[in-house]
Design a protein around this ligand. Structure first.
Ligand code: ZN
Length: 324
């Protein structure tokens, strides 16, 4: 068992059509090869290989039908990373569906993703689109034998920004497809825990074999987001200082990226319509790659990076016991 602090770098492989959807723009078909897979993913895999990082990739089931995407899915497994479930259609309103519909989203993704795994492997991790979760969703994951969920993002600036954008879109008569989710998330622990009935509260006497909740890292105290988009956007010195502070606090650091963080919107195909809508897409690829590499190297000085499924065996040592 590892004594050193651990980190997981996970990547939500959301294809460009979801960003078009968010901004109310016409989107490409789900059955076309997407530049997130053909252009951004090879860059991520190369950087992980060069730095000796093995991570977790949250894959949308529907995307696994496209041959150009399948090559990347095979490569993910060949290179020792984990594939985890990000639903079949990536519905932003997943938690507003009926339990049967939610389970269908999870089961369909499992079915299409399982053949990419090695013999004896199975999908054990889940992340919900838009970071929303409910007791019903967690129960479906438990019933299907999942070992962890990583959908909790306790960042108040992120939550408030999402609420304001949704409010503005509503006023403009273009209601967002997103779901705001419960504000209780803002009181969720930063450290891994086994949830009680309320998904944001640790169980007082957690069962040995229950599902872990692995919250996504934020800057402790301030709750500023520390996900890939902000690694790109924060001023460099501030980012280094915040990372250093967070790494001191977290014995397990759960860094979430999106594959679009490695995208070159000016030269890669398919995203020019998104550029006016997203600040991060106006940052040059050279700067993005440098930010990612510098941040990963900083993390690796104190933490060992492993896929989320592989950190679970060390959790009893890394997660503080729930407060009674
Ligand atoms: Zn997603």
């Amino acid at each position: 068992m590892t004594a050193l602090p651990l980190c997981s770098i996970s990547v939500d492989v959301d294809t460009l059509r979801f960003y078009h959807d968010i901004h109310g723009l016409p989107s490409p078909s789900p059955h076309q090869a997407d530049a997130i897979y053909t252009h951004a993913m090879p860059r991520i895999l190369r950087m992980f290989r060069n730095l000796g990082i093995r991570g977790t990739f949250f894959i949308i089931g529907e995307d696994a039908h496209v041959p150009a995407h399948q090559e990347i899915l095979h490569q993910i497994i060949e290179e020792g990373h984990e594939i985890a479930n990000h639903t079949y259609h990536h519905p932003y309103r997943l938690t507003a569906l009926s339990p049967a519909q939610m389970e269908e989203e999870i089961a369909q993704a499992e079915e299409i993703l399982q053949p990419f795994l090695k013999e004896g492997q199975r999908i054990v991790g889940f992340r919900s689109p838009g970071y929303n979760t409910t007791p019903e969703l967690l129960q479906i994951l438990r019933d299907r034998g999942y070992l962890y969920d990583s959908s909790v993002f306790p960042s108040s600036p992120y939550y408030l920004a999402k609420a304001s954008v949704m409010g503005i879109m509503q006023l403009l008569g273009r209601p967002s497809r997103a779901l705001l989710g419960s504000p209780k998330v803002l009181r969720a622990p930063y450290h891994p825990y086994k949830p009680a009935g309320n998904p944001y509260v640790p169980a007082k006497s957690p069962k040995e074999d229950d599902l872990w909740q692995l919250p996504i890292a934020v800057v402790p105290g301030l709750q500023l987001p520390l996900i890939g988009t902000y690694l790109i956007l924060y001023p460099e010195l501030l980012l280094k200082a915040m990372l250093q502070w967070a790494l001191k606090i977290y014995p397990f650091f759960n860094l979430e990226l999106h594959a679009i963080d490695f995208f070159d919107a000016y030269n890669d195909p398919g995203a020019s319509a998104l550029i006016p809508h997203q600040h991060d897409l106006r940052v040059s690829l050279t700067r993005k790659l440098a930010r990612m590499e510098d941040s990963f190297t900083q993390i690796q000085k104190s933490h060992i990076c492993l896929p989320l499924a592989e950190v679970l065996s060390s959790m009893p040592q890394l997660a503080p016991p729930p407060k009674s």
